[in-house]
Write a protein that binds this ligand. Structure first.
Ligand code: NAD
Length: 311
């Protein structure tokens, strides 16, 4: 089985590295030339709890070097999913599968437009990783991964891919309702990411002031209303769960916070922006998510400008 990972940043390198260690044939595909050069010359360094080990997946910037893959795992940021989907369409075997574990809403739909929708698997992962530099990542957190067919595919393919991932130490279950799963991960990102990105605070600081808690609660409750209107089963205690996650990751800057700190394009369009888009389809009002989306888009739209500009 040939596995290609498109987007070999923090998470793509982590999954690709673990699958390589498990003896799988893995190709990492990335547009970042320095990273790919380092991977080929020195291997992939994975730091975990202060210990670093090196694994040697194949790496390239050229999709044609990989040939046809049986399983394609997409780990680009959601801003790049459309571009990646065109590569998936070219490199996946006709009976192959593509898996997205990206954050946000819309990634699986974009893939389903590029390939046979029944071949798309989606899900969520609680593993966490940080890119430390070219060829080097930190495996920051371990947790369950859940996947399932997104648009009518069969459960057997999901079971098979779950087996491959679990065999590499990525404990993976097949979910009954993968749409609900992706929405529930979205609720967490909706409640934490934009607020921390706009204010510079850490995840746990969302809980410090009533005004910030209410902002997070309102954003999440809007998203819950949209999900329910779209027919997705939603638990009652979602806001409490979002607050628990903020507390459990208190010292972290969210990924969107880190993107803003480093003046990178954020995943706002696939997170709060996706809530707004989905809301329009079902006629639900989402003023808080509209405002958070507009503010993050404004912020990232002015990265290039001098902050001390007069007038
Ligand atoms: P990252 O920025 O570290 O990696 C993305 C990689 O994609 C980069 O190396 C970039 O060069 C590459 N890339 C961009 N366009 C490409 C293209 N067209 N073809 C090939 N490669 C391309 O991002 P990440 O932190 O690994 O996150 C990836 C996804 O996983 C995001 O949706 C994120 O929200 C989600 N996620 C991240 C974590 C985490 O702990 N980092 C955890 C769960 C989910």
């Amino acid at each position: 089985m040939k596995i290609a990972v498109i987007g070999a940043g923090a998470m793509g390198s982590l999954f690709g590295g673990l699958l390589t260690e498990a003896g799988r044939e893995v190709w990492l595909l990335d547009v970042w030339e320095d990273h790919v050069k380092t991977l080929n010359e020195d291997g992939l360094a994975i730091e975990r709890e202060g210990v670093t080990r090196v694994v040697r997946p194949e790496a390239t910037t050229d999709p044609s070097a990989i040939g046809k893959a049986d399983l394609v795992i997409v780990f680009v940021k959601s801003t790049q999913t459309k571009a990646a989907s065109e590569t998936v369409a070219r490199m996946m075997r006709p009976d192959g599968r593509v898996l997205t574990l990206q954050n946000g809403m819309g990634n699986a739909d974009i893939l389903a437009e590029a390939v046979d929708p029944a071949s798309v698997l989606a899900g969520t992962t609680s593993h966490g990783a940080t890119l430390l530099g070219p060829g080097k990542i930190r495996h920051a957190g371990v947790g369950p991964t859940r996947i399932g067919p997104w648009a009518g595919g069969d459960r057997a393919a999901a079971e098979s891919v779950a087996g491959v991932l679990s065999g590499a130490g990525i404990d993976t279950e097949v979910a009954e309702n993968v749409h609900a799963l992706v929405w529930h991960k979205l609720f967490i990102n909706v409640g934490i990411n934009a607020i921390t990105a706009l204010t510079g605070i850490k995840n746990g600081e969302i809980l410090d002031l009533d005004v910030t808690r209410e902002l997070s609660r309102n954003a999440v409750e809007e998203a819950m209303a949209v999900a329910r209107a779209r027919g997705v089963p939603v638990a009652e205690d979602v806001v409490e769960h979002v607050f628990q996650v903020a507390g459990a990751t208190a010292a972290n800057r969210s990924s969107m916070g880190q993107d803003v700190d480093n003046r990178r394009l954020t995943e706002i369009s696939a997170i709060n922006g996706a809530v707004v888009r989905e809301a329009r389809v079902c006629g639900v009002d989402t003023p808080v998510n509209e405002t958070l989306t507009a503010l993050v888009e404004t912020l990232q739209g002015h990265y290039g400008e001098r902050r001390d500009k007069k007038g």
